[in-house]
Design a binder for this molecule. Structure first.
Ligand SMILES: *Cc1c(COP(=O)(O)O)cnc(C)c1O
Length: 470
């Protein structure tokens, strides 16, 4: 692509001003500027990110899984602008506002339902996913306390799960890279084996085995546990590992049998990512607490909603303030974020997005199918608008790269960028999680970039040319 020299200078200027003052999330800053090309974004348009140098990239990861309908979607932008001119923020303790009420009504109306079970009936707002996980954990624990049951202070989580970066959320997560160093700070959680179907001949049997192990764990700790937390269908940060819905049905029944709450963390899987509006629907189950964030606002503003049952809500009603759920965030239920979420939900409905995604997901499957036979590829798997291509691990006898820039994950990342696509591999796993508006040409570009990334992974680090910056 031709870029005007003045624009390149503009991009360079932003790059150096950035590196002088910013400390980026989830980043070894040593990798900038050489191994990881920092890429200043001037604007977004649908599935495109447009750089200060004029280059376009397909946002293959929906900007950390937040974006649903495309960048700068005008209907959401307009809803936020309208709300900003009306009421930008107000304290949500003792005060109320229409966007918070309307959004709660809408979320409860579309939440997963299970026949014979009382529906989710209350919404508690937080302002990001990790905070919502903290809310759900604290609610589950506090509810049992309020009943006078002081023995239940443990949480069960799944191995390879991820629930965020705050101390409580890290404690129920199991991605070693994020967790290990903080382990001395974390409360003790109990981990049940992941039902992950990777490498199994029979996904359903794997799910049943994992559920048997969960049953054993719950029996061994009867009376000590307040809740089970899991990511239904796809363990996203854990490498887009997927499991059979049979596991969720067993987990639901086991939680009921043991009198513990089921917390579904649909922060990544919610709002159509797995092919249905919520992943729980594919198992026909309803959790006691449902955490929603990321796609909630269509990817425009930070917001989290924790949906709870009436039983949980009622457990906090008392004359004592101490029995109340005193958790809060300054921006709980921010009107701008609620307005964005309402606009996003309206688009999901009016544009028949879930049905259209079925067509897009089928195109993704067809484009990715050839990768399955590549010698470097161990597995190609998909759940709706999430498609993962898992490479064989690097041979352990290979010496670690001398230069940080030679790390395989960075080689793959740079190769995809050079082909005009933002893909952010999770270790050995390349994945596609694009905005729902992605078109055919952009999908093909994603497949081309993926081919290049796999090729780049394949090259022996020792034979590698010095990395070319894009
Ligand atoms: C991203 C994520 C979180 C944390 O959300 P943040 O907004 O990044 O704090 C929690 N759970 C799951 C499943 C996630 O994917």
């Amino acid at each position: 692509m031709n870029t005007h020299p003045a624009m390149i200078n503009d991009a360079d200027r932003w790059r150096s001003r950035d590196l002088a003052v910013l400390w980026h999330p989830c980043t070894q800053m040593r990798e900038h500027p050489d191994a990881l090309p920092l890429w200043p974004v001037a604007r977004g348009e649908g599935a495109w990110l447009i750089g200060h140098d004029g280059r376009r990239l397909v946002d293959g990861v929906s900007s950390w899984w937040t974006n649903l309908h495309g960048h700068a979607e005008p209907r959401i932008a307009e809803a936020i602008a309208r709300q900003a001119r009306t009421l930008e923020q107000v304290i949500l303790a003792g005060f109320s506002h229409a966007p918070a009420v309307e959004l709660a009504e809408r979320l409860l109306a579309i939440a997963p339902r299970e026949p014979g079970r009382a529906p989710l009936s209350k919404v508690f707002y937080a302002d990001n996913g990790s905070a919502g996980v903290e809310v759900a954990l604290k609610m589950a624990f506090h509810w049992h306390r309020n009943r006078g049951d002081r023995g239940r202070s443990k949480f069960v989580a799944l191995s390879n799960g991820y629930h965020g970066e705050t101390i409580g959320a890290l404690a129920v997560g199991d991605v070693p890279l994020y967790r290990r160093v903080y382990a001395p700070l974390l409360m003790d959680a109990l981990f049940a084996p992941s039902p992950d179907a990777f490498g199994a001949d029979d996904a359903e049997q794997r799910a049943e085995e994992a559920a048997d192990a969960l049953a054993g764990l719950l029996d061994a700790h009867a009376g000590e546990i307040c809740a089970l937390i899991l990511e239904p269908l796809v363990q996203c940060a854990g490498g887009m590992r997927m499991h059979h819905p049979a596991y969720l049905r067993r987990a639901r029944a086991l939680c009921d049998a043991h009198g513990i709450f089921l917390i579904a963390d649909e922060i990544a899987t919610g709002f159509g990512r797995t092919g249905t509006l919520f992943a729980c629907e594919q198992a026909g189950i309803q959790p006691d607490l449902l955490c929603l964030s990321k796609g909630l606002t269509g990817g425009f503003l930070p917001l989290c909603a924790v949906l709870a049952t009436q039983t949980i809500y009622d457990g906090f009603l008392d004359d004592s303030r101490e029995r109340a759920f005193l958790h809060s965030h300054s921006y709980s239920g921010n009107p701008l974020a609620c307005a964005a979420a309402l606009a996003s939900l309206e688009i999901l409905e009016n544009d028949d997005t879930i049905a259209r995604n079925r067509v897009t997901a089928a195109k993704m499957a067809a484009l990715a199918a050839p990768f399955a036979s590549h010698p470097a590829v161990a597995d190609v798997r998909q759940s709706g608008m999430i498609l993962a291509i898992e490479l064989h691990p690097e041979p352990s006898e290979r010496p670690a790269p001398r230069d940080i820039a030679d790390k395989r994950v960075l080689r793959m990342y740079r190769a995809a960028l050079a082909h005009g696509v933002l893909l952010r591999p999770l270790g050995d796993v390349l994945y596609w999680m694009p905005p729902y508006c992605i078109d055919d040409a952009q999908l093909e570009l994603m497949a081309d970039a993926t081919r290049a990334a796999i090729q780049a992974a394949h090259i022996d680090a020792a034979d590698q040319e010095p990395p070319a910056c894009v």
